[in-house]
Design a protein around this ligand. Structure first.
Ligand SMILES: Nc1nc2c(c(=O)[nH]1)N[C@H]1C(S)=C(S)[C@@H](COP(=O)(O)OP(=O)(O)OC[C@H]3O[C@@H](n4cnc5c(=O)[nH]c(N)nc54)[C@H](O)[C@@H]3O)O[C@H]1N2
Ligand SMILES: Nc1nc2c(c(=O)[nH]1)N[C@H]1C(S)=C(S)[C@@H](COP(=O)(O)OP(=O)(O)OC[C@H]3O[C@@H](n4cnc5c(=O)[nH]c(N)nc54)[C@H](O)[C@@H]3O)O[C@H]1N2
Ligand code: SF4
Ligand SMILES: [Mo]
Length: 752
């Protein structure tokens, strides 16, 4: 099977005896991952057997306790709580929160579109995802520069000899918006033949294994990148290769914007001296195959959109875009509905801010407001107030900034339904919890991540265990909930009919929209070419519409899902290669449009940062190889070893405030204060402290025995809801101003 936990998509071999998992190991025969795995993947057996994982739905009793009920009762209770809200206020009073595991679960990833689409058709406005505390800057930049929000180049790890990484720690994350098996092996190889430079406020394991660590003051990457661009230009090092001629516009306009950002001017703010910045530019200019890659540390910060943008600009300026060893556009072997433009966007170009949130007046970006708006939209009375929430595989109480307000807001809802497999910090507020199947009880195939992967592969995994026949699948639950928005009772929704309606609608959209493999084709004939139902039908559609597919009968030798299933170790079809700009880019001009007012207009805000004093401390986030955001802390094998939820602080800072390792530090932001054990280490730069996100367990009313024994603190009690990277609506969780003091006395946990 393919591991569904992260973007590395490792093949695993699961040995079972009866209903029991004996072992899980990396599958050496997997054409993609060749045996690579990590501690999370090999713990899938424990996840599957976790006694706290819900096998039956739960409903909340008036006293607040959750009790297990039958599926019939759970669907009836869903109807009982949802219907009055829709009857009284319409679907406008309803919203949806889609969490990260949606993207790693084929039933959810292919059917959340039905939940959201039916919701919007019924009158729901914005919906919420962790996108705005994650990769939204990348989506904005990709849409504007390349034409599609999920179009973007990745570093050619196999051929680059100079990789500059900003704000990513693949040693923990295993790569993000960059899928490759065993990313650390690739980085070692690059360091061996050339250089890997890591720009990060923290000397992560990635930085430790790189050729050079460049500590940067959080939130200032855009200044560094402008100064690098400035330096490249000043020295006549801008590369204007033949292969990008007539394919890129706006480079000189961006270079002009860089004019005032000299290395000397940004040095104090970034914490990187001018000589180092000039050397970084020189090394990029003189490497044979340079490339830049940035990720979440360069997104969820004050200038995340500008930083992400400038990474692509410099990839063009050094001639790396679309060239072997540089930044290459992957060719996903299966087409995805995610590649279609949202139907409410104009045919040419992209529009943001088409409507605004009710309470804060935040502009929408791709139909979403910042995740932290959810709380105020629930707890602020008035026309358009949210009274009903459906969460799908999400734990926003832990993952969204402004968590305290969200926690109390969830208690004010008239209806909350969670499609989720644990009773946790978020779902404990739900009236009904509808659990999904375990990763070993459902088929798996990845929909999105092949668009960011270093090879074109197709993989499909059948379920390891047959689920008990009375268990509904998650995609069926989503259709039921979505169908109920139009008046049918949740339990009466005709799931097969709605599935046909949904798939038919998707196909019709793909036939009418430009730049899809179905553009101009007959929707009825396309629909009739498909068999099966549920996710398998949509995966079949994607494969058949992909570059190697049978085109729904047009190329009889081409692939179908049925053909792919003959290859349990996957099919490896093509390696990453250059020369794809012409087929990828769908901007109005057909060129990579490097300059855009939406981005350029934000440069003044960046320039003002130079004149602003840096606060005493800046708070950053981190991940750990053995965690997955908030939800793997209940797997005993992943919780061994020392406690991980500590506040990293530099020895000089620690001595100044008088706190030692293991002693409590009190950290305060504009949002609140927490006490947490300090871990004194020079792995963070002075003036920076670092807390992992995903903790804050031990809450009454949850059922997470192992996690609750290692509660940690919720860093999003500290991250202020109003701190936003403006052009993309992204929440700032890196570079948050704070103060830190030694804490008198004992007692972990939130205060005041
Ligand atoms: N401070 C700070 N905050 C952050 C971040 C940060 O770096 N710093 N990172 C942000 C990022 S990048 C992300 S993606 C978000 C994550 O934000 P969320 O997606 O809200 O949080 P997760 O912890 O991934 O929660 C996953 C939920 O899915 C449930 N679940 C797991 N498997 C399944 C399944 O198969 N089916 C169903 N139905 N449910 C399942 C779990 O029980 C859990 O409730 O956090 C964000 N928040
Ligand atoms: N094991 C594990 N794997 C995961 C996850 C997990 O929780 N655990 N989560 C998954 C998810 S949802 C995502 S989105 C990806 C994220 O994958 P990555 O983007 O690789 O995320 P992180 O490991 O958080 O690394 C971000 C780095 O940015 C640094 N940073 C913070 N602020 C700044 C800044 O201002 N500038 C610069 N240059 N760097 C900064 C941090 O110190 C950190 O080292 O990982 C995925 N994979
Ligand atoms: S790196 Fe680990 S969690 Fe990610 S896919 Fe591979 S085994 Fe799963
Ligand atoms: Mo994420």
């Amino acid at each position: 099977m393919t591991c569904p936990l992260c973007e590395a998509m490792c093949g695993l071999t699961v040995r079972v005896s009866g209903n029991v998992v004996q072992s899980v190991r990396g599958n050496r025969d997997d054409v993609w991952s060749l045996g690579h795995s990590c501690p999370k993947g090999v713990s899938l057996g424990q996840l599957h057997h976790d006694p706290d994982r819900l096998r039956l739905p739960m409903v909340k009793r008036p006293n607040g306790d959750h009790v297990t009920v039958s599926w019939d009762d759970a669907l009836a209770e869903s109807e009982r709580v949802l219907r009055p809200v829709i009857d009284r206020h319409g679907a406008r009073a309803l919203t949806v929160y889609l969490g990260n595991p949606v993207a790693h679960n084929i039933g959810l990833s292919l059917y959340v579109g039905a939940l959201v689409g039916f919701g919007q058709a019924a009158g729901m406005q914005a919906y919420y995802t962790p996108g705005t505390v994650d990769q939204w800057p990348l989506n904005v930049v990709s849409a504007l520069l390349f034409g599609g929000m999920w179009n973007g180049p990745i570093p050619d790890l196999d051929h680059t000899d100079h990789l500059l990484i900003l704000g990513a720690n693949p040693s923990a994350s295993q790569g993000s918006m960059l899928s490759t098996p065993d990313v650390m092996r690739s980085l070692r190889a690059i360091a061996g033949r050339g250089k890997v430079v890591v720009v990060d406020p923290r000397r992560t394991r990635t930085a430790e294994r790189a050729s050079e660590w460049v500590p940067i003051r959080p939130g200032t990457d855009a200044l560094l990148l402008f100064a690098i661009l400035h330096s490249l230009n000043e020295n006549g090092w801008i590369s204007r290769p033949e292969h990008l001629r007539d394919r890129v516009s706006g480079l000189d306009d961006v270079i002009a914007l860089a004019a005032s950002f000299t290395p000397e001017r940004v040095a104090g703010t970034t914490g990187i001296d001018a000589m180092t910045i000039r050397r970084m530019a020189r090394e990029l200019a003189h490497a044979d195959n340079p490339v830049l890659y940035s990720r979440i540390g360069a997104c969820t910060q004050e200038f995340g959109t500008l930083a992400t943008w400038l990474v692509f600009v410099i990839n063009v300026a050094v001639g790396a875009l679309d060239r072997r060893g540089g930044a290459l556009f992957p060719r996903p072997a299966a087409w995805s509905q995610m590649f279609m433009k949202p139907p409410d966007q104009p045919a040419d170009g992209w529009q943001f801010g088409r409507y605004h949130s009710r309470v804060r007046c935040a502009p929408e970006v791709f139909g979403q407001f910042p995740i932290s708006c959810l709380a105020e939209e629930i707890d602020t009375p008035g026309d358009g107030q949210i009274h009903a929430l459906i969460t799908v595989a999400g734990n926003p109480v832990i993952s969204a900034p402004g968590s305290r307000r969200l926690t109390s807001a969830l208690g004010m809802l008239d209806a909350m339904i969670s499609v989720d497999s644990w009773l946790n910090e978020t779902t404990r507020h739900a009236d009904v919890i509808l659990p999904g199947l375990s990763p070993l009880e459902r088929p798996h195939s990845d929909d999105l991540y092949w668009a960011y992967s270093t090879a074109s592969c197709l993989k499909w995994s059948d379920a390891v265990f047959e689920p008990s026949p009375d268990r509904p699948t998650e995609w069926e639950l989503l259709l039921r909930l979505g169908g109920s928005f139009f008046g049918t009772a949740v339990s009466d929704v005709d799931v097969p009919a709605l599935d046909d309606l949904y798939v038919g609608g998707l196909i019709a959209t793909a036939c009418t929209q430009s730049n899809t493999p179905l553009t101009g084709r007959d929707p009825a004939r396309a629909f009739a070419a498909l068999a099966d139902r549920g996710p398998a039908r949509l995966v079949d559609l994607g494969i058949r519409l992909g570059p190697w597919g049978d085109g729904l009968g047009e190329r009889p030798d081409g692939l179908t899902l049925q053909a792919v299933r003959q290859h349990p170790n996957g099919l490896r079809l093509e390696e990453l290669a250059g020369g794809r700009i012409a087929e990828i880019v769908t901007t109005p001009s057909g060129k990579v449009e490097l300059f855009h007012p939406h981005l350029a207009d934000d440069v003044a805000r960046l320039a003002a940062r130079i004149d602003r004093r840096t606060p005493e401390f800046l708070l950053t986030s981190r991940r750990h190889l053995r965690s997955n955001n908030s939800w793997l802390h209940n797997v005993p094998a992943l919780m061994r070893g020392t406690e991980r939820c500590t506040l990293l602080i530099h020895p000089v800072d620690a001595a100044r405030i008088g706190v030692g390792t293991g002693e409590l530090a009190q950290i305060t932001t504009s949002e609140g204060a927490l006490s947490v054990a300090a871990e004194v280490s020079d792995e963070v730069m002075p003036g920076v402290v670092c807390l992992p996100h995903g903790w804050g367990h031990g809450v009454a009313g949850t059922r997470l025995d192992t996690a609750n024994a290692h509660p940690g603190v919720n860093s999003n009690l500290l991250n202020p809801p109003g701190l936003i990277d403006v052009p993309s609506n992204t929440q700032v969780v890196n570079g948050v101003p704070c103060s830190v003091r030694a804490k008198e006395g004992n007692g972990h946990g939130p205060e005041g």
